[in-house]
Design a protein around this ligand. Structure first.
Ligand code: GLN
Length: 476
């Protein structure tokens, strides 16, 4: 198994894995890797003597940061993202940057300037790895690294982790610093962790779960302390049986793939046998989550991607520019099709009529969804100050991670109307992950079976990250 491979064995596989699956946008030279391994081995930390891979929208001062976009193909950051800095201090060695959907927009890994990042679980047929943190998931499942960082705005860590059959964790919004992480939709963006064992996920999370004054959305020390004391109080009760809710939304036969559904039901059976209580729950706003997300995320992206004008950031197109009043249109045309589509959608949502009809409505619905989550969990939400009944509230929610199994690349290209942008099918993939992102909740996807692309998503209340990771021990 990949768990027992030596570092040397892992490093030796990089060229062949890369040529087969196109996981990396950049691989570090071997002498630099060796030097860092030596340096890392002197650090007394559970992550020393480990290899990791970092998604290519996270800034590194000694490697390119391209977001898999032709716009940034020549870009190198002058500084490290806070998460990269913390990882380097912990003694881990970064082997390279991973392939992704351009600017993290997508859920299949096929919208990259460098070509699709394929799924190493499938040897015979070129198969999608999920997105947008595609290469990060592939780097773990192929055994090249011990763990990888991705980003999750609407499911981009959980979905590829599920498709590649590894663990994928996104913490509560604000717990891990976003400083140096290229923004897509800032009210939703989080950094997430992928690994093939739970202890590793915990070690990485403990290393990164810190207040960062450089990130204005970082969760404050005060709130962190408050969350810790609530958790401690609850730990004292020492409960072994938990109350788990299953959102009824979209679990019917015709909305979820039958294999996934059967797997999920089997999982619930095991939980009940372990003595946990299962409750079907109604979250009426969940059905609006997808349209709410696709209203808010592209609108935020419009502001975040405005900086790629070829002057401040981005490769400038020399032929045509402001001189002939085309106003950057040729430079901006360097964005891939899916990014262009999102920018058009986002701008549309922000023009005056749609602002009121769509954008503001989406914000209101997002708040309703958060309140509904607050009403079912027993853990109090330290942000909204909504407090629920501790005895009757639920500890966790559980759902499948994906609606569908991963498809072959050829199969997708043949789909009706496929033009290189996402089909609505691709947007549908995030049905179970997006509501969680809108509420900023912590969630972990767990492979339902070894080396099968089926995942179970375990969700906790805002701030309850530690309990999600601890309860997961009973499930892996
Ligand atoms: N698939 C979703 C999108 O395309 C989520 C992406 C993400 O989480 N970065 O926007």
């Amino acid at each position: 198994s990949s768990g027992t491979r030596t570092i040397l064995q892992r490093l030796e596989t990089i060229p062949i894995i890369q040529s087969k699956y196109n996981i990396f946008t950049h691989v570090e030279p071997i002498n630099k890797i060796n030097k860092n391994l030596l340096k890392g081995s002197t650090v007394n930390n559970p992550l020393s003597n480990t290899l990791c891979a970092v998604k290519d929208n996270i800034a590194t001062n000694d490697m390119p940061t391209t977001c898999s976009s032709s716009m940034l193909s020549n870009y190198q950051s002058p500084f490290d993202a806070t998460v990269v800095k913390l990882l380097r201090e912990s003694g881990t060695t970064i082997v390279g940057k991973t392939n992704m959907d351009e600017f993290a927009m997508g859920s299949l890994g096929i919208h990259s300037h460098y070509g699709p990042a394929l799924n190493p679980l499938f040897h015979d047929v070129d198969t999608v790895s999920g997105g947008s943190s595609s290469g990060s998931a592939g780097s773990v499942t192929s055994g090249v690294v011990h763990f990888a960082l991705g980003t999750d705005t609407g499911g981009s860590v959980r979905l590829p982790a599920c498709y590649c059959s590894v663990l994928g964790f996104k913490g509560s919004y604000g717990r891990i610093s976003r400083f140096g992480v290229v923004s897509f939709a800032q009210s939703l963006d989080t950094v997430g962790i992928m690994a093939d064992n739970l202890q590793r996920v915990k070690d990485v999370f403990n290393t990164l779960d810190k207040f960062d004054k450089k990130d204005p959305t970082s969760l404050s020390e005060d709130l962190r302390n408050e969350i810790n004391s609530i958790s401690k109080l609850r730990e004292k009760r020492g409960r072994a049986k938990f109350r788990i809710g299953i959102p009824k939304f979209n679990l019917s036969k015709n909305s979820v793939n039958e294999t996934i559904r059967t797997c999920f039901i089997g999982f619930l059976d095991t939980l009940m046998k372990q003595g946990h209580e299962i409750f079907p729950v109604e979250l009426p706003s969940m059905k609006y989550a997808l349209p709410v997300y696709y209203t808010i995320a592209p609108s935020e992206a419009v502001s975040n991607l405005a900086r790629y004008d070829g002057i401040r950031y981005g490769t400038r197109d020399e032929k045509e520019d402001i001189s002939n009043e085309s106003f950057f249109s040729s430079t901006r045309s360097k964005f891939g099709k899916e990014v262009q589509r999102r920018l058009i959608l986002g701008n549309y949502n922000l023009i005056s009529e749609s602002f009121k009809n769509n954008f503001l409505k989406a914000q209101t619905l997002r708040v309703s969804l958060i309140n509904e989550f607050d009403n079912i969990f027993s853990f109090p939400n330290v942000l909204t100050r909504n407090q629920n009944d501790d005895i009757n509230g639920l500890d966790f929610l559980l759902s499948p991670t994906s609606v569908n199994l991963p498809k072959g690349i050829d199969e997708i290209a043949k789909e009706k109307g496929y033009d290189g942008t996402s089909s609505t099918n691709e947007y549908m993939n995030d049905l179970f992950t997006i509501p969680v992102s809108l509420a900023g909740l912590p969630a972990l996807t767990i492979p339902a079976k070894k080396r099968a692309p089926i995942g179970i998503q375990l969700i906790g209340q805002y701030g309850d990250d530690q309990n999600v990771l601890n309860f997961a021990e009973k499930l892996v």
